[in-house]
Design a protein around this ligand. Structure first.
Ligand code: HEC
Ligand code: HEC
Length: 291
């Protein structure tokens, strides 16, 4: 009798396991699927069509992102960080505020740029039309695009002139909003929180090491850096600082970040002349009160 119960419960759990993916998929009706496949993308005067990307997706993307776009392609077990699950529609590289959908152009740019420090390749040889179609295909995997609109891209004021004062102010911002907690006082990704960081799926993740000279995932122009910390990398512990950093301070911070990188730059030159030293948080002078 005992074994019988055990067998039954085993059988029951096997049935649940077998049935649950079907339950999931069954929630998407044929009508919905048809609607989703009509997904478009709009980049400048280009229009992308999801259906037109089906073959390209199978050929170039499915090995990592999977047939269902859930990030479970056959290479996924060997890839770290894991391929993105497009069903969630959570993206790192956005011009839009944290928590909102990216613009079609954001996805279009990410596909061409690739994501450095990950297995996501650069697809810069694709034609613009191919990329636009792929953007629509990526979007068709998530119901979010049926009900939500992309966020409004953040405003980036014109870049001011780099000065010694701006670099010093940028360092004060770095201390005040505690970038060092994860990125470390010298930018070496060794802050007190660095070892315990996990992403939204509870997978360990490391902060970006400024001293390595690697290209950030979401681009390496001054505007890209500004955008990265003002929108955050959704799905990761890298937050958005839009509520804590004023636009003018944001530029100061961009200039200071440049001094942490190994590459030669005007900012690095000025920091050297200033004799700028990383400030340990415990000895840091109180940040200037906001004006
Ligand atoms: C070799 C594996 C691999 C292949 C092939 C691949 N990707 Fe990725 N992709 C990844 C990984 C890994 C990530 C997540 C990187 C990260 O989170 O840092 C990713 C992330 C993305 C993102 C999210 C970007 C963001 O801002 O969060 C998009 C969009 C994307 N891939 C599109 C594509 C498309 C389109 C193709 C095919 C043309 C493709 N990928 C092929 C591995 C791959
Ligand atoms: C709670 C921890 C944490 C704090 C605080 C934090 N970051 Fe990050 N940051 C991260 C993590 C984790 C990543 C890596 C994300 C990834 O690779 O997907 C990251 C990545 C970055 C990147 C590279 C993004 C890219 O596209 O690859 C930059 C630049 C950056 N952070 C700047 C900052 C600045 C500036 C501050 C302070 C205003 C800051 N961070 C505060 C955790 C943090």
């Amino acid at each position: 009798m005992r074994t019988n119960i055990r067998e039954w419960s085993l059988l029951a759990s096997a049935v649940v396991l077998l049935v649950s993916p079907c339950v999931c998929r069954a929630q998407i009706t044929e009508y919905q699927q048809h609607q989703w496949l009509r997904m478009e993308s709009h980049i400048g005067n280009l229009t992308g069509h999801a259906r037109a990307a089906e073959m390209d997706y199978r050929r170039y993307c499915v090995g990592c992102h999977g047939e269902l776009g859930d990030g479970n392609g056959e290479n996924a077990p060997w890839v770290d960080p894991k391929p993105r699950d497009f069903e969630l529609a959570i993206f790192k590289c956005r011009s839009t505020p944290t928590g909102t959908l990216p613009t079609d152009e954001d996805l279009f740019n990410s596909i061409a740029r690739g994501l450095d420090r990950s297995n996501m390749p650069q697809w810069s040889t694709f034609t613009k039309q191919m990329r636009a179609d792929l953007v629509a295909w990526v979007k068709h995997f998530s119901p979010r695009w049926q009900t939500e609109k992309p966020g409004t891209p953040i405003q980036i004021p014109p870049e001011p002139e780099v000065t010694a004062d701006r670099i010093k102010d940028g360092q004060a911002v770095f201390q005040k909003v505690e970038c060092w907690k994860c990125h470390g006082v010298t930018g070496k990704a060794n802050g007190p929180s660095a070892a315990t960081l996990t992403d939204d799926q509870n997978r360990p993740i490391s902060a970006y090491d400024f001293t390595e000279g690697a290209r950030p995932k979401c681009g390496d122009t001054d505007q890209d850096l500004y955008r990265i910390f003002m929108t955050g990398l959704d799905g990761t512990p890298m937050p958005s600082f839009a509520d804590n950093i004023k636009p003018d301070e944001a530029w100061d911070l961009v200039f200071y970040l440049r001094t942490l990188e190994p590459q030669k730059s005007k900012e690095k030159e000025i920091a050297k002349q200033l004799g700028l030293k990383p400030v340990a948080p415990s000895t840091a002078p109180a940040a200037a009160p906001p004006q």
